[in-house]
Unconditional design. Structure first.
Lengths: 819, 437
């Protein structure tokens, strides 16, 4: 926990002198007594207090005796002990805590006793036992025996808050941290106080309790997969801040005792936010993940995906040994082999084809991995045919944008900057795609320091929680709308302006160009927010056909010279092929092989075409070498599969969207090797050792940013609509496999469109719609919403049903819609 | 003896259809409003300050001073919220005022609104008194139709039945449509009250006293009562008195005088204990018959003037039983926000019931004392303090009855039938007059 109140940046806060337990100290005006005490090492017991939540003064555990000088300067003791978590310091205040005041000590003992009279004595079977603030407090300050001989309050247990969170109400001390979190931080009213007095309890929306018989409080679009209203992507934080074992995780409940766990600080791998986490493991098994405390990044909060989705790393389809093709001609089935054999086979196959090979390294790796891929491609494969963008894709415009404005730009826009700015989001739904950004924006918005404008086809629930202004844009018209926008925000330029472009904007031709132009017009800073943890590192490492490490343009001779000096090998001078080019060349037989790393076919703009390209190269006698953690669709197409370590089994550094390095250590010391180590071995085997690739950022001329004009907007004909889609935080992504409890809290899959669109398509009253694309169709419940006319929105890849991914169409493509 | 009565708010309660605008006007109603409209807002505030009017909702905070705490107008809305939640056991003054003479409140609201620059006032009414709700709605309509409000909007809101919603900040939350639980202060309502705007919260009787002050002047008002407790107040006598009801008298009157007005303790009985200001004020005994019923006098006797709800108990009443019922009430009404009140009342109730049944232990009495001490002054709001009060004052004055609870049921010591109020032959008098409401 942070020890001092966050002071608004930039302001000089006057100091106030106070005395606590005889110790004089100076703290900024506005500091709460409990923090001022903490600063000088005096811990006042507390339960409801939390430094990131507004003071509540509910538990009364933190009572202290307080005296303040009156007008004549005579100290006057306040008649009642005061809650130190709600009281701000004032000049000359004299505070006596439990350490020096009998009144405070007695008051605290009294409250402790009250909290325990209705608390069950089930510490031995409670998940929190061993790390429980109430237990610790009771041991330190409680009575040895109870004098409560009466009847305790009991409840049926547990109450399922969601498929993921369980509540044992009799353990709850009603500190309201959880409800305050859901209200003040997440903005999801999934739990609330109900009833009053001794029957007050935390509850979910319960039509029985609330007398809503029959009325749904929210529409179908806001239900989770288990059918509950008001699901939250951040609910797991309540478990962590609950000072007792009232809130527990269905996945972790009864699995372990805290004192048997070993904790390792780490960084979440699911997005580009770099949230600090803590990984708790026992005997080689990760049992849970918690939020780490990093004020500069995620404060003390993480998304449920970061918290609960970790079993993918040890899924049953995890690759443990290298695979090669059986049989002399290499056409047999994949069989396990030794590392020596696999490296030998791969080295031979690749060495034979040097000069007509490419690399598709994916975007989930660490900076170290990315740099190794970059060096491996240039030095070992001898090509610039490399592209990390195995996802929604923006070709040359995006590559130029990344090379010109992102690579080597260091730490520019940060989380802290988002709190206190007018922010425009384009191609980015932070709640779904960058949860830590969402929380930081919301913090600024609630404090009236930040205003958010979102460019998109409708105001999502996440945007509504950011009180965002919608800049409506059908997919494909993003560039046009941005071009027509003169200004944004609510402060007339008093606050700094920031444009955050999500990686999805790249898929809208001209979008990045228009966003950059808008930023220039409005004096805004521009930052790029990818979805995957490795994308920013990939850009820095130069995993693009036009880019070398540190933002160095391939086409720049002195840039190549710098790289040559660092590597001892000169990189090829000719710019390479990008993702589309590589796939085309593979299909056409212009390339004889490819090294693939962690690419999910489904992520690619056209999975079927990519599949065909890989099949074609093999059929033509080419080679596919794949580096993977788990078996995937690519595995089946590979000649050699080299297993690589998941994040828990390697050390490394993620780069956040900001460009902030987030180093983490291995949780487990296993035989698994990271991409960098595997590529290093492979390079040795080929006989071209990988250079140590670290080099400073490029100071020379950058790639000139491309200019792409807004294309003509898509025009759907009768029976058609423009497809809008993006990934939701919780969906069929493989990073969430094997987490059934988490899966139940995903948003229920629905198709959204405006009433006018539905009418135009003859869908009045239809409960479901079928959307057809070039490669398939999906049928989902239809929900009418304020979507831009002519657009149908589908989730990209929900777990329970097929989504837009099954259509073979992208955002902005025209699809057929029928009842 | 009737000289001691000073009917101001209760003046027209015996008039025909006293609650109508016509009757009120016949008796000079709304003249004060006309006069107030000639005064500058600041002068109105000064006038009420000078009158020494103190809040009639229990705490006795100077009303004019409270109004003067509002920040200077900033163009945004400012609200007056009248606290008409009256739920304190024994307190029964605001409801009779609003029932018999709602217009005096409406006139007070209009004057106060003018004084503080409020264009939308609220009356938060205890929801159970539906008949009062109707009268208030009718009175607002009448005043509006008669053009008396001049654009002032008055919203009458019926609460949903919670004592805590009488606490001013819980009231504001409830009025905003939230869960009725007290707010953290600061910010005080004067700075950020209803919808986070500057707000004055005053009791019904406080506001209803304002027209009289405007007409009679500050000096007339300070001429009543005692130096620090100026003016008239409604004293509600209930329990074992011959003529229970509301007696409007200057502050500083004694219980002895009030009992004389009320015809004394019921026939053949004598005073045992009483509350000066509702169940939240420590009980007093027959030793306190002559203390002046003003803020200082009652405080000097170790209790509080509170809402001047005098619940009178004669010698047939078991203190343990009375305290036990009060604790039932507080346990039921605790809002649950803070630990001492929520858990403490839960515990006290079980111990009190045991004592009442004669199954207590000496340890129970020590526990009771300690638990009450751990609630008092440790809770978030005054409801918790109030819950500790009957236990502590009961123990102080009648400890032996609690000790008897270790072996003998209260019913055996004080047969409950003996305490029952006679149902016939007890004339009901309100303010000593007939009421036709
Ligand atoms: C539990 C509780 C209940 C209260 N109930 C009432 C009430 O019903 N009516 C009232 O006027 N004040 C009530 N109060 C006092 C109010 O909080 C507030 O002090 C009062 O309305 C201010 O008005 P006044 O200054 O005119 O007295 C209550 C206070 C507490 C703590
Ligand atoms: S569930 Fe936990 S966090 Fe929530 S109120 Fe109860 S004790 Fe506090
Ligand atoms: S004392 Fe605490 S629990 Fe009791 S009513 Fe006040 S805030 Fe609620
Ligand atoms: S920590 Fe201060 S009241 Fe709960």
């Amino acid at each position: 926990m942070t020890t001092t109140q966050p002071a608004p940046t930039g302001q000089v806060v006057p100091l106030v002198e106070v005395t606590i337990d005889g110790v004089r100290t100076e703290v900024p005006k506005g500091t709460l007594v409990i923090r001022a005490a903490e600063d000088i090492g005096i811990a006042i017991p507390r339960f409801c207090d939390h430094p990131l939540l507004k003071p509540a003064g509910a538990c009364r555990q933190c009572l202290v005796e307080v005296a303040t000088p009156d007008r004549e300067g005579t100290l006057r003791t306040m008649p009642k002990p005061q809650a130190s978590c709600t009281l701000e310091v004032s000049p000359g205040m004299v505070v006596s805590t439990q350490l020096t005041s009998e009144v405070a000590d007695k008051a605290q003992h009294g409250v402790m006793e009250f909290l325990l009279i209705n608390h069950p004595l089930d510490c031995p079977i409670c998940d929190k036992g061993g790390e429980c603030p109430l237990q610790n407090q009771a041991m330190a300050h409680g009575r040895a025996t109870t004098r409560f001989v009466d009847v305790k309050r009991t409840y049926p247990k547990p109450l399922a808050i969601s498929t993921q969170i369980l509540l044992d109400r009799e353990r709850c001390i009603l500190c309201q941290r959880c409800t305050r979190f859901s209200d003040e931080i997440a903005g999801d009213p999934f739990i609330e106080l109900q009833m009053r007095g001794a029957r007050q309890q935390i509850g979910t929306f319960d039509s029985g309790v609330l007398g809503f018989a029959g009325d749904a409080p929210v529409g179908a679009a806001e239900l989770d997969d288990s059918g509950r209203p008001f699901a939250s992507y951040f609910s797991g934080n309540t478990i962590q801040i609950c000072p007792v074992g009232a809130l527990t995780s269905a996945a972790y409940r009864f699995r372990a005792r805290p004192f048997d766990l070993v904790s390792v600080p780490s960084i979440a791998e699911h997005d580009a936010c770099g949230a600090a986490i803590r990984i708790d493991h026992r005997r080689g098994v990760v049992l849970r993940r918690l939020a780490g405390d990093d004020p500069a990044v995620n404060e003390e909060w993480i998304s449920d995906k970061d918290r609960f989705a970790f079993r993918w790393q040890v899924a049953a389809d995890r690759l443990v040994a290298p695979l090669v093709r059986d049989g002399e001609d290499g056409s047999g089935p994949l069989v396990e082999t030794s590392w020596a054999d696999a490296l030998d086979v791969a080295a031979t196959l690749l060495a034979q084809r040097r000069g007509s090979l490419a690399a598709l390294p994916g975007g989930r790796g660490t900076l170290e991995d990315a740099l190794a891929w970059s060096a491996f491609t240039r030095v070992v494969l001898g090509t610039n045919d490399v592209d990390f963008r195995s996802r929604a894709y923006g070709g040359a415009e995006e590559a130029d944008h990344l090379a010109a404005r992102v690579a080597g730009s260091g730490l520019d826009v940060t989380y802290a900057d988002l709190d206190g700015a007018d922010v425009l989001l384009a191609g980015l739904e932070p709640e779904e795609e960058a949860a830590t950004i969402f929380l930081r924006l919301r913090k600024g918005v609630l404090a009236a320091r930040t205003h958010v404008t979102v460019l998109g086809p409708y105001l999502t629930r996440g945007s509504a929680k950011l009180r965002a202004t919608l800049l409506p844009a059908a997919p494909g018209t993003e560039a046009e709308v941005l071009e027509a926008t003169d200004t944004f925000g609510a402060s007339d330029g008093d606050r700094p302006r920031i444009v955050l472009v999500g990686e999805r904007l790249a898929a809208a031709p001209g979008g990045l160009t228009a966003a950059a132009a808008l930023a220039e017009r409005t004096g805004a800073r521009l930052a790029w927010v990818p979805r995957r943890a490795g994308d920013r590192a990939a850009v820095e490492a130069g995993l693009l056909p036009i880019l070398l490490p540190g933002g160095r343009p391939v086409a720049d001779e002195s840039a190549r010279a710098e790289v040559a000096a660092a590597w001892g090998v000169t990189p090829p001078a000719a710019p390479g092929r990008d993702l589309a080019g590589i796939l085309d060349a593979l299909r056409a037989g212009e390339l004889a092989g490819v090294v693939v790393g962690g690419v999910e076919l489904e992520d690619l703009p056209d999975p079927a075409a990519a599949l065909a390209a890989l099949e074609a190269v093999r059929a033509a006698g080419g080679v596919v070498v794949s580096l993977e953690v788990r078996r995937s669709a690519i595995t089946e197409l590979a000649d050699v599969v080299l297993p690589v370590a998941p994040p828990a089994e390697k050390a490394g550094t993620f780069l956040t969207w900001e460009g902030r390095p987030r180093a983490f250590a291995a949780v487990f010391d296993t035989a698994a090797l990271g991409d960098a180590a595997v590529l290093g071995l492979l390079a040795e085997e080929i006989g071209t050792p990988l250079p140590d690739a670290s080099m400073p950022a490029w100071r020379g001329q950058r790639v000139a940013a491309a200019r792409l004009d807004a294309p003509a907007p898509p025009e759907p004909g009768p029976g058609q609509a423009v497809l809008a889609t993006w990934r939701l935080l919780l969906d069929a992504g493989r990073g969430q496999d094997d987490e059934p409890h988490l899966a139940g809290t995903a948003r229920r899959a629905v198709a959204l469109m405006a009433e006018s669109t539905a009418r135009g398509l003859g869908l009045q009253g239809a409960a479901e719609v079928t959307v057809r694309g070039p490669r398939g169709s999906v049928t989902l419940p239809l929900v009418l919403a304020g979507v831009v006319d002519g657009v149908v929105w589908l989730p990209f890849s929900p777990r329970e049903r097929a989504g837009a991914a099954a259509l073979g169409a992208q955002s902005g493509d025209i699809v057929e819609v029928t009842a | 003896m009737t000289d001691t009565l000073t009917p101001v708010l209760s003046d027209i309660w015996d008039a025909d259809r006293s609650w109508t605008l016509a009757t009120y006007r016949e008796h000079g109603g709304y003249r004060a409003l006309a006069r107030a409209r000639e005064l500058a807002p600041a002068d109105l505030v000064e006038l009420v300050k000078a009158s020494g009017l103190r809040g009639r909702g229990g705490a006795g905070f100077p009303t004019g001073l409270k109004w003067s705490f509002l920040p200077p107008p900033d163009g945004g809305p400012r609200y007056l919220v009248v606290n008409a939640d009256e739920s304190e056991p024994g307190t029964c003054k605001d409801v009779p005022v609003m029932l018999a003479n709602p217009h005096v409140l409406i006139e007070g609201v209009a004057i106060t609104s003018a004084a503080i620059g409020c264009e939308h006032a609220f009356i938060y009414l205890r929801g159970e008194v539906v008949h009062v709700y109707r009268r208030l709605l009718a009175a607002v309509r009448e005043a509006e139709e008669a053009g008396l409000l001049q654009g002032l909007r008055i919203t009458v809101h019926a609460g949903a039945g919670a004592y805590i919603c009488g606490e001013e900040t819980a009231l504001l939350d409830s009025l905003e449509g939230r869960r009725g639980q007290p707010r953290l202060k600061p910010p005080f309502p004067a700075v950020a009250g209803l919808y986070a705007r500057p707000t004055v919260v005053n009791n019904v009787e406080s506001i209803a006293s304002v027209p009289g002050i405007v007409l009679g002047g500050a000096e007339w008002f300070t001429g009543l009562g005692t130096p620090k407790s100026a003016g008239h107040g409604l004293f509600s006598l209930s329990g074992h008195v011959r003529r229970p009801g509301q007696y409007e008298a200057p502050l500083g009157i004694t219980l002895r005088e009030l009992l004389e007005l009320a015809g004394g303790i019921r026939e053949g009985h004598r005073l045992k204990f009483w509350t000066p200001g509702g169940s939240s004020t420590p009980i007093l005994t027959d030793a306190h018959l002559d203390i002046p019923l003003d803020y200082e006098g009652v405080a000097g006797a170790g209790s509080m003037l509170g809402t001047r709800a005098l619940q009178i108990f004669d010698e047939t009443v078991s203190v343990v039983r009375a305290v036990s019922r009060w604790i039932d009430f507080y346990k039921h009404e605790s809002c649950g926000k803070c630990t001492p009140c929520r858990e403490g009342t839960y515990w006290l109730q079980q111990v009190m019931h045991r004592l009442e049944e004669g199954r207590g232990t000496p340890e129970d009495i020590r526990t009771l004392e300690d638990v009450a001490g751990n609630i008092l002054g440790r809770s978030f709001c005054a409801l918790g303090d109030a819950a500790a009060t009957p236990v502590q004052s009961g123990l102080e004055h009648f400890r032996e009855e609690f000790e008897a609870g270790c072996h003998t049921p209260a019913r055996d010591l004080f047969p409950y039938e003996a305490s029952a109020l006679a149902t016939a032959g007890t004339a009901s008098a309100r303010g000593g007059r007939e009421v036709t409401a």
